[in-house]
Ligand binder design. Structure first.
Ligand SMILES: Nc1ncnc2c1ncn2[C@@H]1O[C@H](COP(=O)(O)OP(=O)(O)OP(=O)(O)O)[C@@H](O)[C@H]1O
Ligand SMILES: [Mg+2]
Length: 501
């Protein structure tokens, strides 16, 4: 664990492994203090801060401390990450459930989690989640006319939001009871809730409101994001719930020196550390700056630091300026995809076949620009890198890459496990590729499903795409149908509490 995570392309931009985590002692102590109270009353903590300040890294370190304190009691940690594809109804919560199942299967927590009542609560929650997602989650994907692919949706018994909440509440209640009996606290960790849809946030808020003893819930939330309102909305929604907030900002001088030493073997003097603290103190910028220094073979003196950070207003720009050509080409080819990237789609985008896939995915990881997710899918090592790469694409390249992505999803569809993710990705790629005929049909159809599922925000976004597509096609009949659907949903959005993100 203490081995330095050295990459061919420099230190990775992925969240810090716990063994390389530096500083943030005060913040960890604040969370520990909350943790020590969680046995008596369930507790929630929000870790907030601007992009790249180390929220996900802090969550990693916390998971490590709860799970594996040397010689101490080992407690279960359930962890999930939210990604920026609207409409993935409760996928992070289902991920938590899967994590719980994995923990229960591992010998380490076997004793704590194999009570029959616990297994029953897991089974029940799983069943309810499945039924709730059914109207939007296709059971199969079939060619419709020619190559067109649509989802075949199950007509399952209707399960409403209340049943989902109740099942999850019971699950956490049971988990908390098991923890209390054995003197443990289970940590439930959720990364990036600023990306959650209003539906997900509603579940989160309701859960926080009734957290049972034995449970610590920690979630991270970016304070500035491109969509603008994630943090503000979240804060408003949880204002009265007594949640502890741990705010992260740039690193202090001693933390910067520690980071240089631990992750780069740099010995940083006070003058250089002072300059970094003032001008580039967030960990993402620090990693970008130190990688650049090392890449150029420069010592970390104040002058060299000043030289590197001069003109680098966007730290991701600094990273891209130093990238070797092949790595840069991979980032461009993959940046229009919505994480998590399924391997078959990634291979198709990079034009890889059979034996070529594994060596290339290994090199993607070695570059420090990508990371592998627990389920074997991939993402950019850091969202700031993907956001930068998307911004830099020319209009023509964006259209062409979306067309390729749509084609890759259509070809790989039958091999992809995440059906909802695949279908929503396809709907987006077709639209951005300006393939308006297919885009109108698919977005209108899925939009209607989300409307029935009461995820009105997502329904509206999809239906608006159908309206634009119909306009571009000049298809008046389709346009009238799409506008009708849009108007019905708009009425719901303006009428439903907490909607309209
Ligand atoms: N305490 C730390 N010790 C060592 N490295 C860190 C620390 N905090 C962050 N880093 C490094 O800084 C970079 C950004 O960190 P991280 O991804 O945790 O930020 P974030 O706040 O979660 O960003 P975002 O808002 O985009 O989610 C990563 O490369 C990570 O490895
Ligand atoms: Mg993060």
């Amino acid at each position: 664990m203490d081995e330095i995570q050295q990459q061919a392309g420099g230190v990775s931009y992925a969240p810090s492994p716990p063994g390389e985590f530096c500083g943030r002692q005060e913040e960890l102590e604040q969370i520990s203090a909350v943790l020590s109270r969680a046995g008596e009353h369930g507790q929630a903590v929000m870790i907030s801060g601007p992009p790249g300040t180390g929220k996900s890294s802090l969550l990693n370190r916390l998971a490590y401390e709860v799970q594996e304190p040397p010689g101490g009691r080992q407690s279960p940690v359930l962890r999930a990450e939210i990604f920026d594809l609207p409409g993935m109804i409760f996928s992070a919560f289902r991920e938590l459930l899967n994590d719980l199942r994995r923990s229960a299967a591992s010998a380490r927590f076997g004793g704590i989690l194999d009570a029959e009542s616990m297994k029953e609560a897991v089974r029940y929650a799983d069943d309810v989640f499945e039924k709730y997602a059914a109207p939007v989650e296709p059971v199969g994907l079939l060619p419709k006319t020619g190559e067109e692919i649509v989802g075949v949706f199950a007509r399952s018994p209707e399960v409403g939001y209340d049943r989902v909440y109740q099942a999850f509440e019971e699950l956490l209640g049971e988990l908390g009871r098991q923890m209390s009996m054995t003197g443990h606290v289970a940590a439930v960790l959720l990364d990036d809730v600023h990306l959650a849809s209003s539906h997900d946030r509603r579940l989160l808020r309701d859960i926080v409101n009734g957290l049972p003893p034995g449970i610590l819930l920690v979630f991270t939330c970016r304070t500035e994001d491109n969509a603008g309102s994630g943090y503000a909305t979240m804060r408003e929604e949880i204002r009265d719930l007594g949640i502890h907030e741990v705010q992260l900002s740039g690193m202090q001088r001693h933390e910067i020196r520690e980071l240089g030493e631990r992750r780069f073997h740099f010995s940083i003097d006070d003058a250089a550390a002072g300059l970094l603290e003032e001008s580039a103190g967030d960990p993402f910028r620090l990693i970008a700056c130190f990688n650049t220094l090392r890449d150029r073979g420069l010592a970390p003196s104040r002058e060299n630091v000043a030289d590197v950070i001069a003109g680098a207003t966007d730290p991701a720009g600094l990273v891209f300026a130093a990238l070797p050509k092949p790595t840069k080409a991979w980032t461009e080819e993959l940046c229009t995809l919505n994480p998590p990237f399924p391997v078959p789609v990634m291979a198709c985008m990079l034009d890889l076949q059979g034996a070529g896939i594994t060596p290339t995915t290994d090199r993607l990881l070695e570059s420090g620009m990508f990371r592998r997710l627990p389920d074997g899918e991939y993402a950019f090592a850091h969202p700031l890198l993907q956001e930068h790469c998307r911004r830099e694409l020319s209009e023509d390249a964006r259209v062409a890459l979306n067309a390729r992505a749509a084609d890759c999803f259509e070809r790989s569809m039958h091999r992809l496990p995440g059906r909802l993710h695949a279908l929503l990705s396809l709907a987006g790629h077709l639209f951005h590729a300006r393939e308006y005929g297919k885009a109108a049909d698919l977005n209108l159809e899925i939009g209607l499903r989300f409307h029935h599922r009461e995820d009105h925000d997502t329904a509206l976004m999809l239906t608006e795409r159908a309206v634009v597509s119909a306009e571009r096609l000049g298809d008046d009949v389709l346009l009238a149908a799409a506008e009708r659907q849009r108007d019905v949903i708009r009425q719901k959005v303006s009428g439903s509490p907490g909607a309209g993100r």
